[in-house]
Design a protein around this ligand. Structure first.
Ligand SMILES: N[C@@H](CCC(=O)N[C@@H](CS)C(=O)NCC(=O)O)C(=O)O
Length: 203
């Protein structure tokens, strides 16, 4: 049975697992579904996307899905097999899926996209708090991509977690400015954004 990825295509985490599948050369069907829909809740007890089905296996959580795809299919490993080379990649996957996602997606992009007042205007309370933390966050990321990729000198699963977040954050003015003010991160973003796995997974 084909790999089925279920989720809202604009979700950064859905795009991450689609990128991993694309990088591995795995065909997949993307079934559009919103968080907390019955289809998603049937697999993820907290209703979060993405979820996945493959050959009778149902799986939730982007890191579990990405690692399953990486381990189950041919193609270059998305996490180095050598433990010492894998360690920083795993560190950055974890940090990106937690702290980076929390600040740039949950407290910034999601606030812009979904938090509106009764007149349809963006509510800036959380956004204004979040952008105060941008200088430290972008300085951290600027240093982290100095080897050429996120915490590594070669492309890895960590990049599939970070680039969809950067792409969403730069859709809004403070995110765009913060990226533009980070030369290494901008060069990194443009390099990964040219990969077919990023181009082909555009929402
Ligand atoms: N830990 C989850 C987080 C996924 C996540 O936050 N997905 C968002 C969409 S990008 C979502 O489902 N939000 C709805 C919610 O958290 O209730 C994972 O890595 O898959």
């Amino acid at each position: 049975m084909a790999l089925e990825i279920i989720g809202f295509p604009r979700s950064n985490f859905v795009r991450t697992v689609c990128m991993v599948a694309r990088e591995k050369g795995v065909d997949y069907d993307l079934t559009p579904a919103m968080p907390h829909s019955d289809e998603v809740r049937a697999i993820h007890p907290m209703g979060q996307i993405p979820v996945m089905r493959h050959d009778g296996l149902e799986l939730a959580e982007s890191q579990a899905i990405a690692r399953y795809i990486d381990d189950s299919f041919d193609g270059a490993p998305m996490i180095p097999r050598d433990p010492r080379a894998a360690a920083p990649v795993n560190q950055w996957i974890s940090m990106t899926a937690s702290s980076v996602d929390q600040l740039l997606m949950r407290r910034y992009v999601v606030e812009y996209a979904f938090h509106k007042d009764d007149d349809g205007n963006v509510v800036r309370t959380e956004i204004d708090k979040a952008i105060k933390r941008f200088p430290r966050m972008f300085a951290m990321l600027e240093a982290a991509v100095a080897p050429g990729f996120l915490g590594s000198d070669s492309f890895s699963m960590a990049d599939c977690f970070l680039v969809p977040i950067l792409s969403a954050a730069r859709s809004f003015p403070e995110g765009e400015a913060a990226l533009a003010g980070s030369p290494a991160l901008t060069a990194y973003f443009e390099k990964i954004a040219a990969r077919p796995s990023f181009v082909d997974t555009a929402p």
